[in-house]
Design a protein. Structure first.
Length: 255
Protein backbone atom coordinates (compact mmCIF):
# COMPACT_ATOMS: atom_id res chain seq x y z
CA UNK A 1 0.00 0.00 0.00
CA UNK A 2 1.40 3.39 -0.96
CA UNK A 3 2.09 6.10 1.58
CA UNK A 4 -0.74 8.20 0.18
CA UNK A 5 -3.20 5.32 0.45
CA UNK A 6 -2.10 4.60 4.01
CA UNK A 7 -2.54 8.25 4.91
CA UNK A 8 -5.99 8.23 3.36
CA UNK A 9 -6.87 5.11 5.31
CA UNK A 10 -5.70 6.69 8.55
CA UNK A 11 -7.99 9.62 7.95
CA UNK A 12 -10.87 7.39 6.93
CA UNK A 13 -10.28 7.81 3.19
CA UNK A 14 -12.00 4.55 2.29
CA UNK A 15 -14.88 4.64 -0.18
CA UNK A 16 -16.69 1.80 1.57
CA UNK A 17 -20.08 2.13 3.21
CA UNK A 18 -20.66 3.95 6.45
CA UNK A 19 -19.62 1.90 9.42
CA UNK A 20 -19.01 2.39 13.13
CA UNK A 21 -17.26 -0.39 14.98
CA UNK A 22 -19.12 -1.02 18.26
CA UNK A 23 -15.96 -1.81 20.24
CA UNK A 24 -14.13 1.44 19.63
CA UNK A 25 -16.99 3.69 18.44
CA UNK A 26 -14.50 5.25 16.07
CA UNK A 27 -16.34 7.75 13.84
CA UNK A 28 -13.45 7.74 11.39
CA UNK A 29 -14.57 4.30 10.25
CA UNK A 30 -16.88 6.43 8.16
CA UNK A 31 -15.14 7.33 4.94
CA UNK A 32 -13.45 10.73 4.77
CA UNK A 33 -11.92 12.44 1.75
CA UNK A 34 -8.21 12.14 1.05
CA UNK A 35 -7.81 15.56 2.70
CA UNK A 36 -6.41 17.03 -0.47
CA UNK A 37 -6.00 20.82 -0.69
CA UNK A 38 -9.43 22.42 -0.93
CA UNK A 39 -8.17 25.13 -3.26
CA UNK A 40 -7.30 22.38 -5.77
CA UNK A 41 -10.18 19.98 -5.18
CA UNK A 42 -13.25 21.83 -3.84
CA UNK A 43 -16.17 19.66 -2.77
CA UNK A 44 -18.49 20.61 -5.62
CA UNK A 45 -21.55 18.49 -6.54
CA UNK A 46 -19.39 16.79 -9.17
CA UNK A 47 -16.54 15.92 -6.77
CA UNK A 48 -15.92 12.13 -6.74
CA UNK A 49 -16.47 11.85 -2.98
CA UNK A 50 -19.77 13.74 -3.22
CA UNK A 51 -20.91 11.55 -6.11
CA UNK A 52 -19.96 8.37 -4.25
CA UNK A 53 -21.82 9.44 -1.15
CA UNK A 54 -24.93 10.38 -3.13
CA UNK A 55 -24.79 7.02 -4.92
CA UNK A 56 -24.37 5.22 -1.58
CA UNK A 57 -27.51 6.81 -0.14
CA UNK A 58 -29.50 6.04 -3.28
CA UNK A 59 -28.28 2.44 -3.26
CA UNK A 60 -29.32 1.96 0.38
CA UNK A 61 -32.80 3.29 -0.40
CA UNK A 62 -33.20 1.21 -3.56
CA UNK A 63 -32.11 -2.04 -1.91
CA UNK A 64 -34.39 -1.57 1.08
CA UNK A 65 -37.29 -0.75 -1.22
CA UNK A 66 -36.63 -3.86 -3.34
CA UNK A 67 -36.44 -6.03 -0.22
CA UNK A 68 -39.74 -4.63 1.08
CA UNK A 69 -41.41 -5.18 -2.31
CA UNK A 70 -40.24 -8.79 -2.41
CA UNK A 71 -41.57 -9.43 1.09
CA UNK A 72 -44.89 -7.77 0.22
CA UNK A 73 -45.25 -9.79 -2.99
CA UNK A 74 -44.57 -13.02 -1.15
CA UNK A 75 -47.17 -12.18 1.48
CA UNK A 76 -49.74 -11.20 -1.15
CA UNK A 77 -49.15 -14.43 -3.07
CA UNK A 78 -49.75 -16.51 0.03
CA UNK A 79 -52.93 -14.67 1.02
CA UNK A 80 -54.44 -14.69 -2.50
CA UNK A 81 -54.86 -18.45 -2.32
CA UNK A 82 -57.45 -18.10 0.46
CA UNK A 83 -59.07 -14.72 -0.14
CA UNK A 84 -60.35 -12.52 -2.93
CA UNK A 85 -57.83 -10.12 -4.42
CA UNK A 86 -58.49 -6.41 -3.97
CA UNK A 87 -56.49 -3.50 -5.29
CA UNK A 88 -55.24 -1.24 -2.54
CA UNK A 89 -52.61 1.44 -2.30
CA UNK A 90 -50.41 1.17 0.75
CA UNK A 91 -48.52 4.19 2.03
CA UNK A 92 -44.73 3.75 2.00
CA UNK A 93 -43.15 2.64 5.25
CA UNK A 94 -40.68 5.20 6.66
CA UNK A 95 -37.30 3.71 7.55
CA UNK A 96 -34.95 5.79 9.74
CA UNK A 97 -31.50 6.52 8.35
CA UNK A 98 -29.00 8.39 10.54
CA UNK A 99 -26.06 10.06 8.82
CA UNK A 100 -23.33 11.40 11.06
CA UNK A 101 -21.09 14.33 10.40
CA UNK A 102 -17.39 13.78 10.96
CA UNK A 103 -15.62 14.93 14.13
CA UNK A 104 -12.38 16.94 14.08
CA UNK A 105 -8.99 15.37 13.39
CA UNK A 106 -6.98 16.49 16.36
CA UNK A 107 -8.25 19.08 18.81
CA UNK A 108 -6.67 22.15 17.25
CA UNK A 109 -9.81 23.57 15.65
CA UNK A 110 -7.75 26.17 13.78
CA UNK A 111 -5.58 23.53 12.10
CA UNK A 112 -5.74 23.34 8.29
CA UNK A 113 -6.77 19.69 8.42
CA UNK A 114 -9.93 20.63 10.31
CA UNK A 115 -10.78 23.25 7.70
CA UNK A 116 -10.81 20.37 5.24
CA UNK A 117 -12.98 18.25 7.54
CA UNK A 118 -15.38 21.20 7.83
CA UNK A 119 -15.51 21.49 4.03
CA UNK A 120 -16.32 17.81 3.73
CA UNK A 121 -19.03 18.12 6.39
CA UNK A 122 -20.58 21.02 4.49
CA UNK A 123 -20.68 18.97 1.30
CA UNK A 124 -22.01 15.96 3.21
CA UNK A 125 -24.76 18.07 4.76
CA UNK A 126 -25.94 19.31 1.37
CA UNK A 127 -25.98 15.78 -0.07
CA UNK A 128 -28.02 14.51 2.88
CA UNK A 129 -30.49 17.43 2.77
CA UNK A 130 -31.02 16.93 -0.97
CA UNK A 131 -31.51 13.20 -0.46
CA UNK A 132 -33.97 13.76 2.41
CA UNK A 133 -35.99 16.17 0.23
CA UNK A 134 -36.11 13.62 -2.60
CA UNK A 135 -37.24 10.88 -0.22
CA UNK A 136 -40.05 13.03 1.19
CA UNK A 137 -41.28 13.69 -2.35
CA UNK A 138 -41.70 9.92 -2.79
CA UNK A 139 -44.42 9.93 -0.12
CA UNK A 140 -46.68 11.46 -2.76
CA UNK A 141 -45.62 9.90 -6.08
CA UNK A 142 -46.55 11.56 -9.35
CA UNK A 143 -49.56 10.27 -11.26
CA UNK A 144 -48.75 6.99 -12.97
CA UNK A 145 -45.55 6.47 -10.99
CA UNK A 146 -45.09 3.28 -9.02
CA UNK A 147 -45.32 4.05 -5.29
CA UNK A 148 -42.37 3.10 -3.13
CA UNK A 149 -42.67 0.37 -0.53
CA UNK A 150 -40.34 2.27 1.81
CA UNK A 151 -38.88 5.75 2.01
CA UNK A 152 -35.91 6.83 4.08
CA UNK A 153 -36.58 9.09 7.06
CA UNK A 154 -33.20 10.80 6.97
CA UNK A 155 -31.67 12.54 10.00
CA UNK A 156 -28.31 14.30 10.08
CA UNK A 157 -26.53 13.73 13.40
CA UNK A 158 -24.21 16.67 14.12
CA UNK A 159 -21.34 14.96 15.91
CA UNK A 160 -18.99 17.67 14.69
CA UNK A 161 -20.65 20.49 16.66
CA UNK A 162 -20.88 18.41 19.83
CA UNK A 163 -17.22 17.47 19.66
CA UNK A 164 -16.17 21.04 18.95
CA UNK A 165 -18.17 22.29 21.94
CA UNK A 166 -16.51 19.74 24.23
CA UNK A 167 -13.09 20.61 22.84
CA UNK A 168 -13.64 24.37 23.23
CA UNK A 169 -14.80 23.93 26.83
CA UNK A 170 -11.74 21.82 27.64
CA UNK A 171 -9.39 24.28 25.95
CA UNK A 172 -10.80 27.24 27.86
CA UNK A 173 -10.23 25.40 31.12
CA UNK A 174 -6.70 24.31 30.16
CA UNK A 175 -5.64 27.75 28.95
CA UNK A 176 -6.87 29.33 32.16
CA UNK A 177 -4.63 26.94 34.05
CA UNK A 178 -1.44 28.02 32.29
CA UNK A 179 0.71 27.11 29.28
CA UNK A 180 -0.92 24.46 27.10
CA UNK A 181 -1.01 23.34 23.47
CA UNK A 182 -3.96 21.55 21.79
CA UNK A 183 -3.61 18.01 20.48
CA UNK A 184 -2.77 18.01 16.75
CA UNK A 185 -2.95 15.29 14.11
CA UNK A 186 0.47 13.60 13.80
CA UNK A 187 2.07 13.83 10.36
CA UNK A 188 3.42 12.08 8.39
CA UNK A 189 1.47 8.84 8.65
CA UNK A 190 4.35 7.00 10.32
CA UNK A 191 3.94 9.25 13.37
CA UNK A 192 0.18 8.71 13.39
CA UNK A 193 0.66 4.93 13.18
CA UNK A 194 3.10 5.02 16.09
CA UNK A 195 0.64 7.06 18.16
CA UNK A 196 -2.22 4.69 17.33
CA UNK A 197 -0.21 1.64 18.39
CA UNK A 198 1.01 3.40 21.52
CA UNK A 199 -2.54 4.21 22.61
CA UNK A 200 -3.73 0.68 21.95
CA UNK A 201 -0.82 -0.94 23.77
CA UNK A 202 -1.30 1.32 26.79
CA UNK A 203 -4.96 0.36 26.86
CA UNK A 204 -4.62 -3.39 26.25
CA UNK A 205 -1.36 -4.15 28.07
CA UNK A 206 -1.33 -1.65 30.93
CA UNK A 207 -5.05 -1.08 31.38
CA UNK A 208 -4.92 2.69 30.87
CA UNK A 209 -8.29 3.96 29.73
CA UNK A 210 -8.37 6.19 26.67
CA UNK A 211 -9.78 8.95 28.89
CA UNK A 212 -6.75 8.72 31.16
CA UNK A 213 -4.40 8.85 28.18
CA UNK A 214 -6.24 11.88 26.81
CA UNK A 215 -6.12 13.64 30.17
CA UNK A 216 -2.34 13.21 30.19
CA UNK A 217 -2.04 15.23 26.96
CA UNK A 218 -4.85 17.66 27.73
CA UNK A 219 -7.35 16.29 25.20
CA UNK A 220 -11.12 16.21 25.63
CA UNK A 221 -12.76 13.65 23.34
CA UNK A 222 -9.93 12.27 21.19
CA UNK A 223 -7.26 9.82 22.25
CA UNK A 224 -3.60 10.92 21.99
CA UNK A 225 -3.35 9.64 18.40
CA UNK A 226 -5.70 12.58 17.54
CA UNK A 227 -7.84 10.30 15.35
CA UNK A 228 -9.78 7.84 17.50
CA UNK A 229 -12.29 8.85 20.13
CA UNK A 230 -11.84 8.14 23.82
CA UNK A 231 -14.59 6.93 26.16
CA UNK A 232 -15.95 10.46 26.56
CA UNK A 233 -16.18 10.83 22.80
CA UNK A 234 -17.85 7.44 22.52
CA UNK A 235 -20.41 8.45 25.13
CA UNK A 236 -21.18 11.62 23.16
CA UNK A 237 -21.80 9.60 20.00
CA UNK A 238 -23.98 7.07 21.81
CA UNK A 239 -26.04 9.85 23.36
CA UNK A 240 -26.62 11.58 20.03
CA UNK A 241 -27.63 8.34 18.32
CA UNK A 242 -29.78 7.17 21.22
CA UNK A 243 -31.82 10.36 20.98
CA UNK A 244 -33.00 9.12 17.57
CA UNK A 245 -33.11 5.38 18.20
CA UNK A 246 -34.37 4.91 21.75
CA UNK A 247 -38.00 5.67 22.46
CA UNK A 248 -38.66 7.34 25.82
CA UNK A 249 -40.29 5.11 28.40
CA UNK A 250 -44.04 5.53 28.69
CA UNK A 251 -45.17 6.92 32.05
CA UNK A 252 -46.47 4.23 34.41
CA UNK A 253 -50.19 3.62 34.29
CA UNK A 254 -52.05 5.23 37.16
CA UNK A 255 -53.27 2.82 39.78
Amino acid sequence: MSGRRRAAAASGGSTRALRIYPKSLCPLSVHVPHLEPIRTHPFTPAHPHVCRYRALLETIAAKLDARARAASASSASASSATSATTTTTTAPTPVPLLVMKLPPLGEDLTDAVNAKVDAYNAALTQVVLDFAKAQKALLKPAAGAMPRAVVMDVKLVDISSEFKAAIAKNQASRQAGGSWRPLVLPVPFSKAAKAIMGCQFAHDLWGRSFNAQSDAVGAAVLSPDAIHVNERGGDLIVGLLAAHLVKPLAPPASQ
